[in-house]
Write a protein that binds this ligand. Structure first.
Ligand SMILES: *[C@@H]1O[C@H](CO)[C@@H](O)[C@H](O)[C@H]1NC(C)=O
Ligand SMILES: *[C@@H]1O[C@H](CO)[C@@H](O)[C@H](O)[C@H]1NC(C)=O
Length: 353
C-alpha cells in the first residue's frame, strides 16, 4: 500500500511539472465509469445513458452518455490538470486536429475480455479501444510525420480503468459461460494474461506513461448488495476483486521491468471507495447502501426516465445500481489528488519491492 502511494506520488510529481511546461495530452480507456459518449454512436447498444435523468447535474442538465448524474472522475481530474476532458473517439472525425489533444475510447459495458457485456449487443471492448487508438496514431502520423507521432505517443498519459464488467457483467452472471467454465482463480489468471497482452500492445503503439485504475469494492455496489439477505456487501466478491487488484500490481511491476522506459502505475481506488461507503457521513453523505435513483435491479439497474429520484442527490454515494454520483466522484477525485501531493515532497520514498 505505501509502496503504491510512493510510486504514484513520484509519477504525479513529474506530471505536475509537465502540466506547467508543455501541454498535457491524455488518452482514456475504460468502461461506463469513464464513457463520455462513445456508446451514443453504437446504434444497437443496450448500454446507453442518453436519456433523463442522466446528466441532470451536468453543465446544461442534459444527458451526454455519461453514466452518472454529473461528471465522471475523469472529467474532474482533467479539470484539475487544467485540460478539457478528452472527447469521445466516435464523436471525432478521422482527420480532426482534436486527435492530437487527447481522446476518450471508454465504452459502457466493456471489459478486458471480448465476451464481457455480451448482452449489451454493442460496446467497445478493450481490444476494440486499442484498435481505435492504433487508428488514431496512424491519423496523427499522417498529420505530423513518423518521428513526431512517436514522440507524441511516448509523452502522452494513458488512463486505463477496466475489469469491473468482467466481474459484474460476466463472471458473476450465472447464465454466462465464463462463470461456469472457470474457477475464480482460473478467471483472474485469464484476465491478467489478457491484460498483459493488451498493455504490451499499447506499449508497442508508443504508450509509456500508463496509469491503471484498480477495481473498487464491487461487492458493495447496490446491484450486488441486493443479492444478500440484509443488503450487506458481498464479501466473496470483494475478495475476488482484491485478488484481481493484487495480481494487476504484480503484472505492472513485471511490465515495468520487461519493457524499456515503461512507466506504469497502479492507482489503488479500492480503499478510497470503501472508506466512502463505510463512513458516508464523514464526507457529507447520508446513504451509501442504495442509489439515489430508485432503480429496478431485476431489469438492469440503470436509472430510467420513469424512475423516482431521491430528494437530495448530494446525500447519496451511488447514483444508480453501479455508478457513483457526481458528489461522490468529486470526493474521490479530490482524495486521489491530495493523497498524491501530500505524500510526494516530505518523507523519503520507501524502497519499492
Ligand atoms: C477480441 O477481439 C479483438 C478485436 O475485435 C480481436 O483482435 C481479438 O483477437 C479477439 N480476442 C479473442 C481472444 O477472441
Ligand atoms: C441501508 O442502511 C439503513 C441504515 O443502516 C437501513 O435502514 C436500510 O434498510 C438499508 N437499505 C438497504 C437497501 O439495505
Amino acid at each position: 500500500m505505501s509502496m503504491q502511494r510512493v510510486v504514484f506520488a513520484t509519477f504525479f510529481f513529474s506530471l505536475a511539472s509537465m502540466v506547467s511546461s508543455a501541454q498535457l495530452v491524455t488518452y482514456v480507456f475504460g468502461d461506463s465509469l469513464t464513457d463520455v459518449g462513445n456508446n451514443n454512436f453504437l446504434q444497437y447498444s443496450l448500454a446507453k445513458s442518453n436519456y433523463p435523468w442522466y446528466g441532470i447535474d451536468y453543465s446544461g442538465g442534459q444527458a451526454t452518455g455519461r453514466f452518472t448524474n454529473g461528471r465522471t472522475i475523469g472529467d474532474i481530474i482533467s479539470a484539475k490538470l487544467g485540460i478539457p476532458s478528452p472527447p469521445a473517439y466516435l464523436s471525432v472525425s478521422q482527420n480532426s486536429d482534436a486527435l492530437l489533444k487527447g481522446i476518450n475510447y471508454a465504452s459502457g459495458g466493456a471489459g478486458i475480455l471480448n465476451d464481457t457485456g455480451l448482452y449489451f449487443i454493442q460496446r467497445l471492448s478493450f481490444d476494440d479501444q486499442i484498435n481505435y487508438f492504433k487508428k488514431t496514431k496512424e491519423a496523427i502520423r499522417t498529420k505530423i510525420g513518423d518521428e513526431a507521432a512517436n514522440r507524441h505517443c511516448n509523452e502522452a498519459i494513458y488512463f486505463i480503468g477496466m475489469g469491473s464488467n468482467d466481474y459484474v457483467n460476466n463472471f458473476l452472471q450465472p447464465f454466462l459461460a465464463d462463470g461456469q467454465q472457470y474457477t475464480p482463480e482460473e478467471f483472474v489468471d485469464l484476465l491478467i494474461s489478457t491484460l498483459d497482452q493488451q498493455l504490451t500492445r499499447l506499449y508497442q503503439l508508443g504508450a509509456r506513461k500508463m496509469v491503471f485504475h484498480g477495481l473498487g469494492p464491487l461487492g458493495c455496489i447496490p446491484s450486488q448488495r441486493v443479492k444478500s439477505k440484509k443488503g450487506q456487501c458481498l464479501k466473496q466478491v470483494n475478495k475476488w476483486v482484491m485478488q484481481f487488484n493484487s495480481n494487476v500490481q504484480i503484472l505492472i511491476n513485471t511490465l515495468n521491468h520487461r519493457l524499456p522506459n515503461a512507466d506504469l502505475t497502479f492507482a489503488d481506488t479500492y480503499p478510497l471507495v470503501l472508506e466512502l461507503i463505510e463512513n458516508p457521513t464523514a464526507y457529507g453523505f447520508k446513504v451509501s447502501n442504495t442509489s439515489c435513483c430508485n432503480v429496478d435491479t431485476s431489469i438492469g439497474g440503470l436509472c430510467l426516465p420513469n424512475s423516482k429520484l431521491c430528494s437530495n442527490r448530494h446525500d447519496y454515494v451511488f447514483w444508480d445500481a453501479f455508478h457513483p454520483s457526481d458528489a461522490a466522484n468529486v470526493i474521490l477525485a479530490d482524495k486521489f489528488f491530495s493523497s498524491l501531493f501530500s505524500s510526494a515532497p516530505s518523507p523519503a520514498p520507501e524502497p519499492s519491492l
